[in-house]
Design a protein around this ligand. Sequence first.
Ligand code: APR
Ligand code: PHB
Length: 393
Amino acid sequence: MSRTRTQVGIVGAGPAGLTLAHLLQLEGIETYILEDRSREYVEARIRAGVIEQAIVDLLVEAGAGARLQHEGLVHHGIELQFAGERHRIPLSDLAGGRAIVIYGQTELVKDLIRLRLESGLPLHFEVSGVSVHELETERPLIRYRHEGRDEELECDVIAGCDGFHGICRPSIPAGVLSEFSRGYPFGWLGILAEVAPSNDELVYAHHERGFALSSLRSPELSRLYIQCRPDEDLAEWPDDRIWVELQTRLGLEGRTLAEGPILEKGVTGMRSYVCEPMRYGRLFLAGDAAHIVPPTGAKGLNLALHDVRVLADALATWHRSEDASGLDAYSDTCMRRVWRAEHFSWWMTQMLHRPEDGDPFDLKLQLSQLRYVTTSRAAATSLAENYVGLDMV
Ligand code: APR
Ligand code: PHB
């Protein structure tokens, strides 16, 4: 077995791991990134696409936002559709001028991988058998196999950026973490279609047949979702059936949705999950490894990048001056934003989705909430400031 030393060993090359490595590089801190999938797989995975202004600014300032700035689509509002009408929420007017940028997470991951490879710094794909050890000591270790060899990476700190199904969180001894979760009895069937988006802005639609969302990736690519069962069988959803359902839920009198070839389709379940604290000894969790939100609030990617910003700052301070106060506060600092996003995502989800049993009482409450949010400036402001991202202290 060969042994290598680094300062921060990063497990996972998703947006959290890649951004953390980039921010630490700017601080002169050495990192190693280990990813169990192939580069092709990671770059093909279709994920969310809404980025908060503050995260765009972070990426641009860090020199990782050139293509995002050029190709990202700035949106100043979203629409809520219910009871056969659309209502605009003017996000920027209500939230101090802030906007969101539409740019696929997949594209961001491609940009970050390219930057990392250009820098010549270590990023290993297709590693196997990753495990973390000695977390309570000052020399935590990562063991893995790469290109037929067993490797050991000795670190000052390990960053667990390996997503919800990764190995870092389960390596923390039982009884250390408190876990909080909520399941939902539905999922989203999502498609990427080669057709110009029919709407200028995102449309979140409440409909008696279930929720639907009209989003986009570019002026030529639409991204559309419909509420389905969490275990929905895609084989039962030929393209025609998907379009009929989308037309029913998103169409309005005089407006039909433009249809085009479906390039990709998939079903994702929905859950809310948080573990506390996001640290055990010298292991720090970030992003989906520590928390999951349902996609209705478009917060998953943003939360992951807020985490790594806090972690990179804390590690830089510790590296410069041996001051560990930022690291000690890491979990509490992140948790304030995490729980705000958990609440917002849960709230959007329960306001917009058809309950499993279609309970008429729930339906009346949903419609009342939607009417309130679209007619009261105070209620709309609350939605807007959460959607574009709050300043947290
Ligand atoms: N060893 C190495 N890498 C691993 C392992 C492992 N044992 N297990 C998982 N990984 C990798 C995954 O293949 C993935 O590339 O860790 C990475 C985790 O990335 P993401 O799941 O994208 O999580 P994160 O970087 O926290 O980004 C959060 O992703 O799922 C979306 O909605 C979520 O937008 C949010 C974002
Ligand atoms: C997306 O474009 O993929 C998207 C947009 C908004 C959401 C979730 C997903 O709330």
